[in-house]
Design a binder for this molecule. Structure first.
Ligand code: NDP
Length: 458
């Protein structure tokens, strides 16, 4: 009898997940990335509805997949030749059940509604995992900062924030940086916002320069946090970074500081990339050179070989996964590591993969890693260190004081350990031991879903 009841409940939960996914598909036609992100979460959540039928009764899945609002707007600006240019701006305010909307701004030509929605959806669960009171949002524009002068970037950014300023605020929605948006762009946005509002609202942006309200340790936080998470996974198997060969894709903010921390923990980073190609350095990547080229001088990674003669540059960024390694940290962009890359990495003996970027591995690649017993850390857990330190920046702004870099790093370590523990425990509790994808999805979901039930139906 009990078995029959359990089977009935199982099939009800399965039907519910299936029906809602069909609804999401119908409502968001052609939104490839958003559908990919929802599918992945839905797959993990089936066992949750068995234990918590109240979430079905409260329509949580239907509501949690529909953003609170999607703001889309024109951004007109004048280039250096006096020509008027028009881009499209977005802000997706996905869910504020546990705190103000929080998530980065991306400037990249690929930005569209699907990418914004997938990022904001993922951000909701990631932010919940940090244990901090922050909701999920994301924004950006199809503006390409590459090849633009600093003044063009400033004019574009001022126009972008003039419109967005109507919808954000320290207790409402707190943007930060992402691809193409660093502390310079945040500075331009912050300056224009304060100019429009006639005050100094420190907590409205994070990722600011520490000189005017930013947190020390923020720029390192995502990369360091990713390595801390992978370190915990390795510890769980009695292993560590010491003596390991590591590959890191990208050479931007996340990649650079993931490399720095991996090296500090005794690993050798053999390769890193940009969107044109990758460098292989058999003696180990020199992070200071990468910082000089990419963080400070805005150069291509190819130029690394000018400074390190034994290093080799290969055109085409995807081939980086052919370099044999123990640990792979994809830290560039979504869907950059496919099934064939996963097969190559596995054949070459990879032991652990940590997503520094958001959804860098395709669904097929993730399944391939898991099927072959590779430890796999999903982005929403492994790269949550950045937003966690952003939340710390908000706290420091509210208190009008600054913590030292050591204090921030200590807190970051604790947050990453807690995230690891929540993912580990949720995976065990729901019958998927060792599956950090399921663990992260369930742990993040439960926190948001509980708050949504508590707040009533809206
Ligand atoms: P950056 O703009 O600083 O760096 C992105 C890097 O990736 C650049 O080196 C870029 O090269 C490279 N790149 C882009 N596409 C590819 C590709 N297909 N293959 C290889 N390299 C590529 O961005 P971030 O480091 O801030 O962000 C990287 C990822 O991490 C994104 O997915 C972002 O959403 C995620 N993330 C970032 C956080 C943060 O705190 N910054 C927080 C959490 C997640 P090029 O120079 O040629 O453009």
């Amino acid at each position: 009898m009990d078995l029959l009841r359990e089977q009935e409940q199982k099939s009800r939960a399965n039907d519910y997940v299936h029906e809602v996914y069909e609804l999401v598909k119908k409502r968001n036609p052609g939104e490839k990335e958003f559908l990919q992100a929802t599918r992945e979460i839905f797959d993990s959540l089936r066992p949750v509805f068995l234990k918590h039928p109240e979430f079905m009764h409260n329509g949580i899945l239907e509501r949690i997949t529909e953003p609170d609002r999607v703001i889309s707007f024109r951004v007109a600006w004048e280039d250096d030749t006096g020509k008027v240019q028009v881009n499209r701006g977005f802000r997706v305010q996905f869910n504020n059940s546990i705190g103000p909307y929080k998530g980065g701004i991306r400037f990249h030509p690929t930005v569209n509604s699907s990418i914004m929605k997938f990022l904001a959806f993922e951000q909701t669960f990631k932010n919940a995992l940090t244990g901090m009171p922050i909701g999920g949002g994301k924004g950006g524009s199809d503006f390409d900062p590459k090849g633009k002068s600093e003044r063009e970037i400033m004019r574009f950014t001022q126009s972008f924030i003039t419109e967005l300023s109507k919808y954000i605020g320290a207790d409402m929605d707190v943007p930060a940086g992402d691809i193409g948006v660093g502390k310079r762009e945040i500075g331009f946005m912050f300056g224009q916002y304060n100019r429009l509002k006639g005050g100094f609202e420190a907590g409205v942006f994070t990722g600011k320069d520490p000189n005017h309200g930013g947190s020390l340790g923020r720029k390192e936080a995502t990369g360091y946090g990713c390595v801390y998470f992978v370190e915990e996974m390795l510890k769980g198997k009695g292993d560590s970074f010491a003596g390991k060969k590591v590959i890191v894709s990208g050479s931007g903010n996340v990649a650079t500081y993931a490399m720095e921390k991996a090296i500090e923990l005794g690993a050798t980073v053999l390769a890193c990339s940009d969107s044109s190609g990758y460098i292989y350095d058999p003696e180990g990547i020199n992070v200071e050179t990468v910082k000089k080229l990419k963080e400070f001088d805005n150069k291509r990674i190819q130029e690394y070989t000018k400074f390190h003669k034994h290093a080799v540059y290969y055109e085409g960024c995807n081939n980086i996964w052919s370099v044999a390694c123990d640990i792979a940290l994809p830290c560039a962009t979504q869907n950059e590591l496919e099934e064939t890359d996963a097969a190559l990495l596995t054949a070459n003996g990879v032991k652990a993969v940590g997503e520094g970027a958001n959804m860098p591995c395709t669904e097929e690649a993730v399944h391939a890693f898991q099927a072959n017993g590779v430890l796999f850390a999903p982005g929403k857990a492994a790269n949550a260190g950045g937003v966690a330190v952003s939340a710390m920046e908000m706290s420091q702004n509210s208190m009008r004081l600054s913590w030292t870099v050591e204090e921030v790093d200590e807190k970051l370590k604790v947050v990453m350990k807690n995230i690891y523990r929540s993912c580990f425990d949720a995976a065990e509790d729901y019958g998927y031991p060792g599956n950090f994808v399921v663990g992260a999805n369930i742990a993040g979901f439960l926190k948001v879903a509980d708050a949504m039930v508590a707040h009533g139906i809206h």
